[in-house]
Design a protein around this ligand. Structure first.
Ligand code: 2P0
Length: 328
């Protein structure tokens, strides 16, 4: 379907945090995940991205946070949109995160989700949320989930072409209010990005086959706990998936150690708080930040405890947020 490029479009997409983690690919070229995942979309962390296609421009240009970056990885992604729209115009992309980029706060999730939506709209394409999720996945696996708000499941899919590897909402944000406290322990970009960390994982970790084999059971257990609004079970499964992920990362050759001292201290602080009666559970992604999941009424207490942990630089409180949406 040929489409006509229209004026620039700005879209906002929120970051997400996986409760049941994605790690490993069944096809690197199409960025197809080896396992499904379940995540929550956060209202407090987001990316705004403006895309315009211009007839006269010679190459794509991309600014993140007001700084020009190498456009090459984004050109590959924009080519998917151009191919679908039947246009050759180069794009001008401007993107802003309201949180640190590339430091384990899922800026690639919100970033590619916002880019998919703004890019398709700016190219004049009408796309379903499912199409956007499939497109966003090709930028970053976790971005497929940020197309939707609330609690979201990403399907591994079986199809070779990835037509069934998309995310779907399980619950809307207002269906089950949850709180997240993010403890920032390092503001620098991580040393090994997720794509590099996952590359050739099947050959690099003896634990990988077990990780992939158990994933359907973990997803089913989490789905059931969410449907029952059973917070203790959701929390226990969340910590289990996080620790299993990091066990897999640690077992990779060379071993991936994303934690610092404050990360570990925060995990202990969260468990101590739980032992003292506050239902709160941790999760950690491919970076040193710690995310505490709790009921909204406990976020202030959890944030105060985490702020006191040596090495915690800052805390952010968030609730569940909406899916990607245009701002114009
Ligand atoms: C997740 N992570 O489920 C897992 C847990 C980090 C740890 O998805 O290679 O940036 O772009 O598909 O999506 C981060 O990986 O990786 C991620 P690519 P992505 O949230």
């Amino acid at each position: 379907m040929a489409a006509a490029p229209i004026s620039p479009v700005t879209a906002r997409a929120h970051s997400n945090i996986a409760l049941i983690k994605y790690w490993g690919k069944r096809d690197a070229a199409l960025n197809l995940p080896a396992v499904g995942s379940i995540s929550i979309t956060l209202d407090g962390l987001y990316t705004d991205t403006r895309v315009g296609f211009h007839a006269g421009a010679e190459r794509d240009s991309v600014d993140i946070g007001g700084r020009k970056v190498d456009a090459a990885p984004f050109t590959k992604f924009l080519d998917l949109i151009r191919a679908r729209a039947g246009i050759a115009h180069r794009a001008r992309v401007e993107s802003w995160n309201n949180f640190p980029t590339g430091a384990g706060l899922a800026s690639s999730a919100s970033g590619y989700s916002a880019l998919a939506l703004a890019g398709c709209r700016a190219a004049g394409l009408e796309t379903s949320a499912r199409d956007l999720s499939i497109l966003a996945r090709q930028g970053s696996g976790s971005a497929a989930r940020s197309i939707f708000g609330g609690i979201v499941e990403m399907h591994r899919g079986q199809a070779e072409g990835g037509e069934d590897a998309y995310a779907e909402p399980l619950l809307n944000a207002e269906d089950w209010p949850l709180g997240v406290v993010v403890a920032i322990t390092d503001r620098n970009a991580k040393s090994v990005n997720s794509t590099a960390g996952m590359a050739a994982l099947d050959e690099r970790s003896d634990y990988y086959d077990a990780w992939v084999a158990r994933a359907p059971d973990d997803l089913a257990s989490m789905r059931d706990a969410i449907a029952a609004r059973d917070f203790e079970t959701v929390g226990a499964l969340t910590e289990m998936s996080c620790l299993k992920l990091h066990g897999l990362m640690l077992s990779t050759r060379p071993g991936l150690i994303y934690w610092n001292a404050a990360t570990v201290a925060s995990m202990h602080a969260i468990r101590a708080l739980r032992a003292a009666g506050t239902p709160v559970y941790f999760t950690i992604d491919a970076g040193p930040q710690v995310k505490a999941i709790c009921a909204p009424e406990h976020t202030a207490e959890v944030a105060a405890v985490l702020a006191d942990v040596p090495g915690v630089l800052d805390t952010r409180i968030s609730g569940l947020g909406p899916g990607a949406h245009p701002l114009d």
